[in-house]
Each structure stands twice: as structure tokens, then as C-alpha cells.
Design a protein around this ligand. Structure first.
Ligand code: ADP
Ligand code: MG
Length: 351
């Protein structure tokens, strides 16, 4: 088990910068998700950590040792890719013992270790099957066992679940988490799926355009996004542009309650971010209560136990939307086209 340190790594392809002076440190046994939109450089970063491509500048350290010049095999890392990359002409067991075999371990040891790992991923009964006889989820379990067979210091997983259907994806991500905890191997998992990242990680590293925007625990990323991009990318919510004004943000002609944070930047152009679970609605009965905002119901989207309601600020030509998540039976009272009262705790929005 080892710490991994990416130190000021940059990379360009054909003169286009893909990673820009990026640094990230992972603790021993930690699981960090690299999360970001397609094309932001996640795979490139993973391949640099693995040693498949050299960085243009910067270094990679494992357990404090500079491995930047080492070949992939000398780095003792295990890797799993999105596409099932098993050897099609080998059984599950032979796939898993491949690494130890190449490393010249005695045959009895290869087989014993492969057997243990297939057990760990719940596939002991399928040891003699070929990849084409296994489902996608089972093939990824074999790929995971194969990656662990070399007793890696670091496990690198590049969107290992994205080719699987939703139910298997959720099962297998819980499985990956369990196995990662049991083996204690420092793990970097690349994903573009924010729910996956939030549910599985010790820390999430949000990336965009070759840069890290925020590295923090899932709950911090969710509650305290560091910028508008992270706020938009993680979970859902409204980002409203306005001007800070005392304890509120002025958007169009309305003062939206937004805590003391706004007061620090009085007069500045700001973005205010509020999550749907923080917005409460009630019917409009005469006067607006203090701190409340009159809004119009636009659409309702049934999500099962919750219904998401899109609201617009009056007199803004639909330019400013916010959302409220309500229990579905409660949401029925809020008819599209009606004016309602929206409220939230002053501390709820991020400014
Ligand atoms: P992600 O994994 O986040 O989707 P990648 O790291 O695969 O992103 O790619 C980042 C950018 O670098 C993309 O614009 C991609 O087209 C480009 N890129 C990646 N690998 C190469 C390569 N070998 N040659 C040229 N461009 C590349
Ligand atoms: Mg990728």
C-alpha cells in the first residue's frame, strides 16, 4: 500500500494542452475518484500515473519514490479499463493468474492466489469459464481480480462500470468499495458519473479542461462546491447570477435571501447556488412572509417518491429558474402556471 503523488504534471497532444500543471496527493489506502466531463483529461492522467505515457513536465511519486522514469510493469500498479480487456482464449482462472505467471511465481502459488481472488470477487464457481461465457459484470470482476493478482501498490480503474447496465453498475461499485477496503490498496477510479463518485469515494477530485477544480470528501463537494462548475456538475440545483446586496443576492428585481456570505462581497457580481432539497413551497395567500419570494410554477417532473418542480422568477422572461424537490403527494397542490411562495434558510445557498 502506498501514497501516490502527482506533482505539477502537464501534458499536451499536438500542441493542445490536456493537463495543466496538475497536482494531487492520495493517502495510503485511499479511494479517490477523478470525476469530470468527457475529454477533460481523466484517462490521460491515469495513463501518466500508470506509466503508459510520459508527462511533459512534472513527476509521479509512489510511496515517496519518484517513478516518473519507470516502466509500467516496474510500478506495480493494477489497471482495469472500461472495455472488457480479458484474454478471450483464457479461462477466468488463467486470466487472473496471468500476472503472477509472467512474474515467474511457482505454479501452485499462481493458482492459489488466483483462486483466492476469484473468491474475493464472488466468482469461484466460474473459474473455468471463458470470457464469452460470462456477463459483462462478471468479466469486470475477473478484470478486477486480475489487476489485484500482481499485489499492486496502486489500483487504477478507468470507468470500469460505464459499459454495464444500471443495476449491475450499482452492485459492482459497492463490491469494488468492499474489496478496496479489504485489500487496503490505494485506488484511483475514473468516472464521469457523479452519483458513482459520491457514493464510493473517500475523496472526489473534480476535473475540467485539464485542471482540478476541487478535491474534497463527497459531502463537502456536495454541500460546499468551490465554484459554479462544480456546483452544476455535482447533483442538481440552480445557479443564479446577480449582485450581492447585504444578506441577499439581487437577481432581476428580487432580493433573494443568501446569508452573511453575500454581505462580504456587497456590490459584487456573484453566482448564487441553491439545491432543490433546500427550497420549500407553500400556496400564495395574500402577503409574502418576510424572506420569501413569489415564484411561478413551470413544470413538474415525477421522480418516484419525489417530484421536482421548476420555478421561475416573475418578470424575468423565464431567464431564471430554480428547482424544488417535494414529496410527490405534496407536489400535486402546485399546479403549473400558478404563483406560489418559495422559501429557504438563509444559510442554504452558496454564494
Ligand atoms: P477523458 O478520459 O477525461 O475523457 P482523455 O484524457 O481521454 O479525456 O482526453 C483528453 C483530451 O486529450 C481529449 O481532447 C483527447 O482527444 C485528447 N487525447 C487523448 N489522448 C490523445 C492522443 N494519444 N493523441 C492526441 N490527443 C489525445
Ligand atoms: Mg477517459
Amino acid at each position: 500500500m502506498a501514497t501516490v503523488e502527482v506533482n505539477r504534471v502537464s501534458k499536451s497532444f499536438a500542441g493542445r494542452q490536456v493537463l495543466a500543471d496538475l497536482s494531487l496527493t492520495m493517502g495510503e489506502g485511499e479511494l479517490v475518484c477523478l470525476l469530470g466531463p468527457s475529454g477533460c483529461g481523466k484517462t490521460t492522467l491515469l495513463r501518466i500515473i500508470a506509466g503508459f505515457i510520459p508527462p511533459e513536465s512534472g513527476r509521479v511519486l509512489v510511496a515517496g519514490k519518484d517513478v516518473t522514469a519507470l516502466s509500467p510493469s516496474a510500478r506495480r500498479m493494477g489497471m482495469v479499463f472500461q472495455a472488457y480487456s480479458l484474454f478471450p482464449n483464457m479461462t477466468a482462472l488463467d486470466n487472473v493468474r496471468f500476472g503472477p505467471r509472467v512474474a515467474g511465481r511457482p505454479k501452485s502459488e499462481q493458482i492459489a492466489r488466483a483462486g483466492q481472488l476469484l473468491d474475493l470477487v464472488g466468482l469461484s464457481e466460474h473459474a473455468d469459464k471463458y470470457p464469452h461465457q460470462l456477463s459483462g459484470g462478471q468479466q469486470q470482476r475477473v478484470a478486477l481480480a486480475r489487476a489485484l493478482a500482481v499485489q499492486p501498490q496502486v489500483l487504477l480503474l478507468d470507468e470500469p462500470l460505464s459499459a454495464l447496465d444500471a443495476k449491475v453498475r450499482v452492485q459492482l461499485r459497492e463490491e469494488i468499495r468492499r474489496i478496496q477496503r479489504e485489500t487496503g490498496v490505494t485506488t484511483v477510479l475514473v468516472t464521469h458519473d457523479q452519483e458513482e463518485a459520491l457514493s464510493i469515494s473517500d475523496r472526489v477530485a473534480v476535473m475540467n479542461e485539464g485542471r482540478l477544480l476541487q478535491v474534497a470528501s463527497p459531502s463537502t463537494i456536495y454541500r460546499e462546491p468551490s465554484c459554479g462548475f462544480v456546483a452544476r456538475f455535482i447533483g442538481s440545483g440552480a445557479v443564479l447570477r446577480g449582485v450581492a446586496e447585504g444578506h441577499s443576492v439581487r437577481v432581476a428585481n428580487l432580493a433573494l435571501p443568501a446569508s452573511a456570505a453575500a454581505a462580504h462581497v456587497h456590490g459584487a457580481a456573484v453566482e448564487m447556488f441553491i439545491r432543490p432539497e433546500n427550497v420549500r413551497l407553500q400556496p400564495m395567500n395574500g402577503q409574502l412572509p418576510p424572506g420569501a419570494v413569489g415564484v411561478e410554477v413551470r413544470e413538474r417532473t415525477f421522480l418516484g417518491s419525489l417530484t421536482r418542480i421548476r420555478l421561475t422568477l416573475p418578470g424575468t422572461d423565464d431567464q431564471f429558474s430554480l428547482w424544488a424537490d417535494l414529496a410527490s403527494e405534496q407536489a400535486e397542490a402546485f399546479i403549473p402556471g400558478s404563483r406560489v411562495v418559495a422559501q429557504w434558510d438563509e444559510a442554504a445557498p452558496r454564494v
